[in-house]
Design a protein around this ligand. Sequence first.
Ligand SMILES: [Zn+2]
Length: 436
Amino acid sequence: MLIRDEAGLRLLRQAQEETRRARQRPSADFHTRKVSEAWERAAKSEAFRGIGEFSWEGFERLPVTSKDRLKQDPWSFAVGELSEAAKYYETTGTSGRVTPTPRHVEDIVWNTVSVAEAWRSVLTTGDRVAVLLPSDIVPVADLVVSVCEYLGLPHTRVYPFAAGISDWDRLAGLWSTLRPTVVFAAPGVLIQLTRLLGGRGTLADLSGSVTKLMLLGEVSTPALRTRIGAWWDATAYDVSYGSTETGTLAATCARGNLHLLTNANYFELTDGTRTVPLPADGTGRLVVTPLNLHARPLLRLDTGDEVEISSTRCDCPEPGSTVVVRGRSTDALCVRGADLSVHAVEEIVYGLTPATGYLIETDAAGSSARLLLERAHGSDRTEEEWAVDAVRRASHERLGLEWDRIAFLNALPATTKSGGSQKSWKRTNIRVVESV
Ligand SMILES: [Zn+2]
């Protein structure tokens, strides 16, 4: 981390004490105080200039900020000069547009502490951590490394696509020495690693030390996590939910549920017309005011994510309701009259077949549908025939979908396993072709 003087140490202590207290026994006025501080910082930006003095009523009257507005003009939300930032990142969203993302020391310390205190229930003393995440330009690997430093866990960055430094062979060699117990990776990269080690016959040996697979950076459905966990004989977690713009909004507990980080965010739900304080249980689009952003404070940001909030889904001791992200409206897909979601499709693909990946091919009108399944190393053809039958039946019963063709092939195109923090299902697993 970036602690280099007394002031930095005080900041870390303050973040640590406040986070621990707010996770256990938040004071009654906790959110009012924190939102008012965020309000005052935000008022210094061009985007929120003129919002006036803080009052809770004024906050609730403030129009929600759309994600598009933030992405169209990210600099108008920034506070201070770039030279005041501690780090500079950029993200490439699903639209392909680059969002500049400066971070102040405060942003980094508060987010690290908030996430680390939540992951304490999963990461434990004695763990050794392999970080298979990209280190350049995007912040994800830096966050994981900061958390490991904060928790005192030995760790190595070992992204297999860091040309000139690392590749699959280097990774396998390092693995034998580090014997990691925890692996952080995007699901796409972990699947590629699984296929590679499976092909070499070393998966059983190299997976032996691993107990926890920490998936992030891409959509991972429960069915996919169960499948990956079975290959590695380990528990696969969807470790966090959030974005580069907002910081981390929810973190996994030891039982694999995402709990909202109410110590670091003030949440609301909207149906598009009415926005209400977060209920203990409910559904809607998540609106967030992050409490600890300094370089780019945000008030009432509409995340665009449809979520389901529950106070009863998990009975672990972690505070905060659980959240399940039901996806974005832009990720809905209709083929041959059937509405498909990533959850429903992967429940079938990873629940019923040994495939290590899949691609849906359709035409522009959505009138045809072909499902291509990627063959796992050493899978036998009888099993494949059985799997194709099972997929056909389940698709008919659960989705009302008749595929034109379902076929296994040896390898899918690389776009299905980019691992480059690709979050759009449509870009990774759907291909529009002229005719199927
Ligand atoms: Zn829990």
